[in-house]
Design a protein around this ligand. Structure first.
Ligand code: B3K
Ligand code: ZN
Length: 876
């Protein structure tokens, strides 16, 4: 279980105090065994000041074998042990300032289904220590401000585990008796224990290198399961691009002689930035065009970059305490988003960032687990690796970047590293460095770190005909909650564009700094009222209350320079119809909408951008903009709007589909290939609603999945076709699903897609399908990717049945969560998200969802991970 057995008290940011002891060096000898691995840890410890405190080390699920201080064994009466803490009282400690502590413990990796600490992923051993997993390997001061240099000797059977890896540089290796061997690693950079890693296994190894700007050669090594070598190439190229980008953009070079990445199938999240030895979910490493989609390629590059960028923002400068998590995560997400924007279309990348934020983070910020990007109270730290800390955290860094500009931002980063390299620091330290380097007063800006909830900005405008003066008034308010009684006005960068009615006049762009509850600005020089495009590039993570009519929205769609605003105006227009249809299914839809869609389809712009324009807001995006959501009405409204567009624009959709299809074979560059597929598949999604075009789905599926020319096979197209079949329960669906399974049954990552597709089938027999899937030979709740691909995909991508009136969807989810509570609480805790957000739904649904939460709360052995969320949801 991920949670501690006796620690059920929350911790508070306000209670932070430095440790009474530091650990300078750690010497580990780890003798690997499936059920009884032995860990010998030799620590050199230094007392801080003249404190006479007991030494308290964290440890969970460890068997203590022996303990010695300065080489003298400690007897049972010289220390105390409970389920989570080893206490050596002051009376047992030596008087000197420095002393050594030797600890021998045993652990059972095989039984570790929580996948924290040392565990087995298939045949390999691997570790996950962030946030507080090292305490499952050995007793330690498991907190990020205790930084030590690690030397790690790994011992294991030579035939089963030819590769023995840990952080830093390899310094020794050799053979031992009993067919065992060892490798010793030394990491010269002091680090918190959450960055410790160990991997042992038999892999295929992809090798390459990178020469840093200052001429040092770094060995790059990617370890994958045997047979998967060719699928690691994209990850390798992504790593090299990331290294180059960080040098060019921030002057940051890699600092060890070797950078290793290991891909494993059993992993709770995407990847982990352990110093010199990243461990990755294989989903974010392995790709070839036959088995990975375009978004898989994109995500692999982004996650590889993210973990690499952590080497500076996270590892060289780390967090003082876990409340500061956004110091490294918000900043590193911002860095990876900037990187992706430069590698691809910056407009489309930004749109995708915003879609994620609006659909998921806004909901989190409005739900019972809402917290500031720097939380103040935590029961289970793993619950705070959230969209708020990551994505909103990145938006906060982006706002800073907007407020001070690119050059001063770079100066601020330089100052941050000059001041804090090798240290564990706070979010305030970061902002102070930015403020000192830029000369900008950021004291009010810091409120973004302590206030939760999505701020709402009300927009009012007026135009004085006589003077031609345009006045814009903005007012802001942040939500009041039980935890946040008196939110203050924030410092918010608002980028706008004013589009003049006079065609000769260029649009006027402005950066406004909203820092009061209400503020006005005046602009002159227009003939007639200009059209306001608000929040260019989505310059702040806020919601707008701004009644813009269809004419204004259409003007922005056509005339704004800012691509984000053009896209956003279209979405706003679409969203207004979704809302009307959700309220009144017979609400008439205007022809102008079809004309606007046709114009988009025939415009000459980037096809990836057009695909984003044509994509309706997702169920979650729409829900986050509504109150008392009637989920079935919303889902029907989205279907109705899609049908209207499909019906009214069928010729143009078909023409675009065919144009993209043709160009695919004649003129494929990497970007145009992706863009063509994106647009083509949006068109297919619309066309597949109309029976007369459903043959296209079958054709595309066959062409992309079952082609004599294997080069023509393509997972993006195959999956897009299958998704249409699943969504409309088309006649060929079952046959396609069987064919796909037969073809891919040996490819784990593709089977995850297959499970997700099945979970998304929109059909009345979905619950019997789900039961069959749970019993499928390849299904296991012990594998997080698999659990998410079935249970998560159903709850997130099948709103019609997840929210069905009988409550069966909610029951299905809660039953699986109860099982996962015993197996892997972190995964259970992630999957509960849609249920705890019950308050955004209409009363009848709230009641059904709440009943499931109450059942879960009564579980015996409830993990802290779930307890924290359930308590918040049910007391809200
Ligand atoms: N730092 C890790 C996440 C650790 C999650 C712990 N539950 C990956 C990342 O953000 O890069
Ligand atoms: Zn990260």
């Amino acid at each position: 279980m991920s949670s501690t057995l006796t620690d059920t008290a929350p911790r508070f940011l306000a209670d932070y105090r430095p440790a009474d002891f530091t650990i300078n060096t750690v010497d580990l000898t780890i003798n690997l065994d499936d059920t009884c691995s032995q860990v010998i840890s030799e620590l050199t410890i230094k007392r801080q000041g003249d404190n006479q405190q007991a030494l308290q080390l964290n440890g969970e699920q460890l068997t203590l074998v022996s303990l010695a201080l300065d080489n003298h064994a400690l007897s049972n009466d010289q220390y105390q042990l409970n389920d989570t803490i080893l206490t050596i009282p002051a009376s047992s400690l030596p008087d000197n300032e420095n002393f050594t502590l030797s600890i021998t413990t045993e652990i059972n990796p095989q039984e570790n289904t929580a996948l924290e600490g040392l565990f087995k992923s298939g045949d390999a051993f691997c570790t996950q220590c962030e946030a507080e997993g090292f305490r499952r390997i050995s007793y330690y001061l498991d907190r990020p401000d205790v930084m030590a240099t690690f030397t790690t000797k790994v011992i294991a059977d030579k035939s089963l585990y030819p590769y023995l890896l840990s952080n830093g540089n390899k310094v020794d290796s050799g053979d031992l008796t009993d067919n065992k061997h060892f490798v010793t690693w030394h990491d010269p950079y002091p680090k918190p224990c959450y960055l410790f890693a160990l991997v042992a296994g038999d892999f295929d190894l992809l090798e390459n290198s990178f020469t840093t700007a200052s001429g040092r050669e770094v060995a790059l090594e990617i370890f994958v399961d045997k047979g998967n070598l060719a699928k690691a190439k994209h990850a390798m190229v992504s790593l090299q691009k990331s290294m180059k980008w960080d040098e060019e953009t921030f002057g940051l070079e890699y600092d060890l002689d070797i950078y290793m990445i290991v891909a494993v199938d059993f992993f709770n999240m995407g990847a982990m930035e352990n110093k010199g030895l990243n461990v990755f979910n294989s989903k974010y490493v392995l790709a070839d065009s036959q088995c990975a989609t375009d978004s898989d390629y994109f995500n692999i590059e982004a996650v590889i970059a993210h973990e690499y960028f952590h080497n500076w923002t996270g590892n060289r400068v780390t967090c003082r305490d876990w409340f500061q998590l956004s110091l490294k995560e918000g900043l590193t997400v911002f860095r990876d988003q900037q990187f992706s924007a430069q590698m691809h279309s910056s407009a489309v990348t930004r749109i995708q960032n915003v879609r994620l934020l609006r659909s998921q983070q806004f909901a989190e910020d409005a739900g019972p687990m809402a917290h500031p990007i720097r939380p103040e109270k935590v029961l289970e730290m793993n619950n705070f690796y959230t969209l708020t800390v990551y994505e909103k955290g990145s938006e906060v860094i982006r706002m800073l970047h907007t407020l001070i500009g690119v050059e001063k931002f770079r100066k601020g980063m330089d100052l941050y590293f000059a001041r804090f390299d090798g240290m564990a620091v706070t979010c305030d330290d970061f902002i102070n460095a930015m403020s000192d380097a830029s000369g900008k007063d950021l004291s009010q800006f810091k409120l973004w770190y302590s206030q939760s909830g999505t701020p709402v900005i009300k927009v009012q405008e007026s135009f004085e005909q006589q003077t031609n003066i345009y006045t814009l008034t903005l007012s802001q308010h942040s939500p009041v909650t039980k935890k946040q009684q008196d939110p203050q006005a924030l410092h918010i960068p608002i980028k706008i564009e004013l589009i003049s009615g006079n065609n000769d006049k260029a649009n006027q762009s402005e950066l406004l700094e909203l820092n009061q509850a209400e503020q006005s600005w005046q602009f002159s020089g227009f003939i007639g009222k200009p059209t306001l495009a608000m929040l260019c590039d989505f310059s702040a993570p806020v919601k707008l209350v701004f009644e813009q009519n269809d004419v204004d929205l259409l003007t922005i769609m056509k005339k704004a320079n800012n691509s984000f605003c053009r896209w956003d105006a279209g979405q706003k227009l679409l969203m207004s119809y979704v809302q009307q249809l959700a309220f009144d299914t017979e609400h008439p839809l205007p022809k102008e909408l079809l004309m606007a869609i046709n114009e988009m389809l025939t415009s000459a712009g980037d096809r990836a951008f057009i695909a984003e324009q044509l994509s309706l807001p997702s169920f979650d995006e729409a829900a986050s903009l509504m109150v008392d959501v009637e989920p079935i009405a919303l889902s029907n409204a989205l279907s109705k709007l899609s049908s209207f567009i499909a019906q009214g624009c069928q010729q143009e959709l078909l023409a675009s589909y065919e144009a993209c299809q043709q160009e695919r074979s004649t003129n494929d560059t990497p970007h145009s290939g992706v863009a063509n597929r994106a647009l083509k598949n949006v068109c297919l999604a619309y066309l597949s609603i109309l029976p007369k075009y459903q043959a296209l789905v079958t054709e595309q599926y066959q062409h992309a999945t079952d082609n004599e020319d294997i080069e023509q096979e393509n997972m993006t197209d195959s999956l897009a076709a299958l998704t249409c079949s699943a969504k409309h329960n088309l006649a060929d669906l079952n046959q396609q699903l069987q064919h796909f399974e037969k073809k891919w049954h040996q490819t784990t990552l593709v089977m995850d897609k297959w499970f997700a597709l099945n979970a998304g089938v929109v059909s009345d027999d979905i619950f019997s399908r789900l039961d069959t899937l749970l019993a499928h030979q390849q299904f296991s709740l012990n594998n997080p990717n698999r659990a998410r691909s079935l249970i998560g995909a159903f709850a997130m991508n099948n709103p019609k049945y997840f929210h069905c009136q009988t409550g069966r969807g909610y029951q299905f989810l809660s039953k699986q969560i109860a099982k996962l509570n015993e197996i892997n609480p972190q995964v259970a805790s992630r999957l509960i998200t849609p249920l705890i957000q019950y308050k955004s739904f209409a009363p009848a649904h709230q009641k059904l969802m709440k009943a499931e939460l109450v059942n879960l709360q009564a579980l015996a052995n409830l993990s802290n991970d779930l307890k924290e969320k359930l308590d918040a949801a049910l007391s809200d």
